[in-house]
Design a binder for this molecule. Structure first.
Ligand code: HSE
Length: 306
């Protein structure tokens, strides 16, 4: 095989109760990447459509991730990466993770699959670190493994794939403003009061239990963020109105997607998810802020070969 075309999906990190450790994979939003073997060694960025991305291989997250893989597993060939970028950088649904994970996945296939999907996370981290200034795998893990994932350790990359209750549907509203992860991390506090930490790990444990038992009520009660969301909410126009409207419309829970500005909600069934979308879009219509709304079931497979 000399060439491969893939769909590399968007993802929602944190999921309210799991800052930097929890995430899930989307099915209806993602980039298309084509990776081809070249005669000259090294990684090059070929055609980029949809968004402006750096062509310099040292500055593009896809080529940085790819080079990290090729450092561990050398090849006589080089690789050219063409990207149809459909996930806007700085939108909060894992744009850099889709690029980084997509690049290493595709090259791994062209190399004859020396690594498992789980084993590819460490190489993709090189690209993610370049984009966000901190190494965390909460978007990369669901993109590579599919479904919900828990990163027990961002250092050793001890990653667990979790079950996805089948009726869950995500509604994502993306206000068209750009928020760089590096900036929305810079405003966070380094220390948290013990009382809040206790609430947060109670919620995270319960959320994971709810995924295993299909307990939608427990899932709903666990979708709370007492630590990060209160600080980042100010970065997102109408965040509190949107969150409350989503829950009033029947969402199980709602919160900031990754580092924002997108806001995600999870609902039981498509009809509820659509109702949530209708309820929340009015806030941006009112203030004339451009936005898009995505609906998606949980993508249990992750990256797909086209
Ligand atoms: N966990 C990360 C954050 C996700 O919230 O900063 C965004 O990359």
């Amino acid at each position: 095989m000399d060439q491969i075309k893939i769909f590399t999906p968007a993802s929602v990190a944190n999921v309210s109760c799991g800052f930097d450790v929890l995430g899930f994979c989307l099915d209806t939003v993602g980039d298309i990447m084509k990776v081809s073997k070249t005669e000259n060694p090294g990684v090059t960025i070929g055609a980029v459509t949809g968004q402006e991305l750096p062509k310099d291989p040292l500055k593009n997250v896809a080529s940085v991730a790819a080079s990290s893989l090729l450092k561990a597993h050398s090849s006589n060939n080089g690789f050219r990466i063409d990207i149809e970028k459909r996930i806007k950088p700085g939108s909060g649904i894992g744009s850099s993770a889709a690029s980084a994970a997509g690049a290493v996945f595709a090259i791994n296939e062209l190399l004859g699959r020396p690594y498992s999907r789980n084993g590819l996370v460490k190489f993709a981290m090189a690209g993610e670190s370049l984009a966000s200034g901190a190494a965390h795998a909460d978007n990369l893990a669901p993109v590579l493994l599919g479904g919900f994932t828990l990163v027990r350790s961002n250092k050793t990359l001890d990653i667990i794939k979790l079950p996805s209750p089948k009726d869950l549907v995500a509604t994502i509203i993306h206000p068209k403003i750009e928020l760089k992860t590096i900036h929305s991390r810079a405003i966070l506090k380094n220390e948290i009061p013990l009382k809040k930490a206790v609430e947060q790990w109670g919620n995270l444990g319960a959320f994971i239990s709810a995924l295993y038992t299909n307990d939608y009520g427990l899932l709903s009660r666990s979708m709370e963020d007492k630590i990060i969301e209160p600080i980042r909410a100010m970065l997102i126009p109408k965040f509190n109105d949107i969150k409350h409207a989503a829950i009033d419309a029947g969402a199980l829970g709602s919160g900031i997607s990754g580092s924002g500005p997108s806001v995600y909600s999870l609902s039981k069934g498509e009809a509820k998810a659509k109702k949530v979308g209708q309820a929340i879009r009015t806030y941006y219509d009112e203030i004339g802020l451009d936005y898009e709304v995505h609906y998606s079931r949980i993508n249990n497979e992750g990256i797909k070969i086209l």
